[in-house]
Write a protein that binds this ligand. Structure first.
Ligand code: PLP
Length: 422
């Protein structure tokens, strides 16, 4: 007989997009070695990053105090102090931001930072009122969708769509329709955006910050793929921070997802709150990521590596993937979101005769794993056909695997449209 769970237990064990996706991909990897995996959020293996990791692990293994710091001591609940100081110094050097270690909190991956932040601000307020997180542009990161301790945590908005030459398009916040309701507790955007590869412009970010500030709420910017590292950004976007902004960074997309290191840069009251929450939930934050990366913060190697190795690694892959798609899908009515960052292509098939969920199933049967776009509209209530017309494809994997996946994908899409190859 299964035991009875509490409301909390029921809430966090029910089917969620995040679990389904991770489970599906995990099983596929374990069971079918020939599966073509374009579905996950795993970073690619960048040789220069792997060389840095290897070098650091040797250095740490040979150094008593470094080994002790990495594995044998609990860190402070805000995270390793030396790492936080080095990161603050890097942000002062690179961007002139007035931050110290007291503006930096570490978490067990940025995913758990979102759990803490969204529930810190959203949910039932002191007067019993409901407070919600505004996602001003959907599609938006699926990982936000289920972290709320209560239902209905998000409210989100449809974007404006700009059609661009070369079968490209770009989403923008639709400021004409965007309003911050009285119950808004925070505004959140990922920049670059997972799943679309969109990078909001500097003007758009400044305007969202202004809107949030005018309502006395923070703007949370999820820069898991952004600057200063891993800097998978192909436009001229400027990183944005001030006391009204809560900037979330991560060591994952740089190449260290297994170290589970999330970084929050925020005003001191937010850092203090996160620190207290971490002490309750997990006593301390892991030090593996900080111990490996800290010297590269001090020397600036991490910034240089991001600019000269990581960014070009993904830019080359993005261009190749878009070229191949154009060739393979010639004659099919498709669009690609302009790849401006992160490592995904967001494909839109206007008037797709089947849903993207059905297309996902057909692709899975053909041994290709992508993600159906319908997961990526957390909080968007109104019906919108667009939600069922899109797919997310990762191009982070080995080139030949990505090429094989795109070829098979094109075959299934053609079949769905009843279009022969010209
Ligand atoms: N934010 C975005 C936009 C992501 O794509 C991801 C992971 O895919 C995360 C946050 C969470 O990353 P992590 O918890 O590994 O830092």
């Amino acid at each position: 007989m299964p035991f009875e769970f509490s409301r909390f237990g029921e809430r966090f064990t029910r089917p969620t997009g995040a679990f389904e996706l991770m489970d599906d991909l995990g099983r596929a990897l374990a069971e079918d070695r020939s599966a073509v995996m374009l579905g996950g959020g795993n970073p690619g293996r960048v040789p220069a990053v792997e060389a840095l990791l290897r070098r650091r692990l040797h250095e740490i293994a040979a150094d008593d105090s470094a080994l002790e710091r990495m594995l044998e001591r609990y860190a402070h609940p805000a995270g390793d102090l030396a790492f936080r100081s080095s990161l603050a110094a890097l942000l002062r050097r690179e961007y002139g931001w007035r931050v110290t270690a007291d503006n930096v909190a570490l978490t067990g991956g940025s995913q758990s930072a979102f759990f803490l932040l969204f529930n810190l601000f959203g949910g039932e307020g002191g007067g019993g009122e409901r407070r919600r997180i505004l996602l001003p542009v959907t599609p938006e990161y699926v990982g936000y969708a289920d972290v709320g301790l209560e239902d209905g945590l998000f409210v989100s908005a449809q974007p404006a769509i700009e059609e661009l030459p070369g079968q490209l398009f770009k989403y923008h916040p639709d400021f004409d329709r965007l309003e911050l309701a009285a119950d808004a507790a925070a505004v959140c955007v990922s920049r670059p955006t997972n799943p679309t590869g969109n990078v909001l412009t500097d003007a758009e970010v400044a305007r969202l910050d202004g809107l949030a500030r005018a309502n006395g709420v923070p703007l949370i910017v999820d820069a898991a793929y952004g600057a200063p590292f891993p800097d998978i950004v192909f436009t001229d976007a400027t990183p944005h921070w001030n006391e009204n902004v809560i900037l979330c960074l991560s060591l994952s997309k740089l190449g260290l997802p297994a170290a589970r290191t999330g970084i929050v840069v925020a005003q001191e009251s937010v850092v203090e709150a996160l620190t207290r929450m971490t002490a309750v939930l997990s006593l301390a934050v892991g030090s593996v990521g900080p111990a490996i990366v800290q010297p590269a913060l001090d020397s600036g190697e991490i910034v240089e590596l991001s600019r000269s190795a990581i960014k070009p690694f993904y830019r080359t892959k993005a261009l190749a993937a878009v070229d191949l798609l154009r060739r393979e899908l010639a004659g099919v009515p498709f669009r690609v979101h302009k790849p401006e960052g992160a490592f995904f292509l967001w494909l839109w098939f206007p008037d797709l005769p089947i849903t993207s969920a059905e297309l996902y199933r057909r692709l899975k049967a053909a041994g290709v794993y992508v993600l159906s776009g319908h997961y990526f509209f957390p909080g968007l209530q109104e019906p919108w056909r667009h939600k069922d017309e899109c797919l997310r494809v990762s191009y982070a994997g080995e080139d030949d695997v990505v090429a094989r996946g795109i070829e098979r994908l094109a075959r299934e899409v053609r079949a769905a449209f009843g279009a022969a190859k010209p």
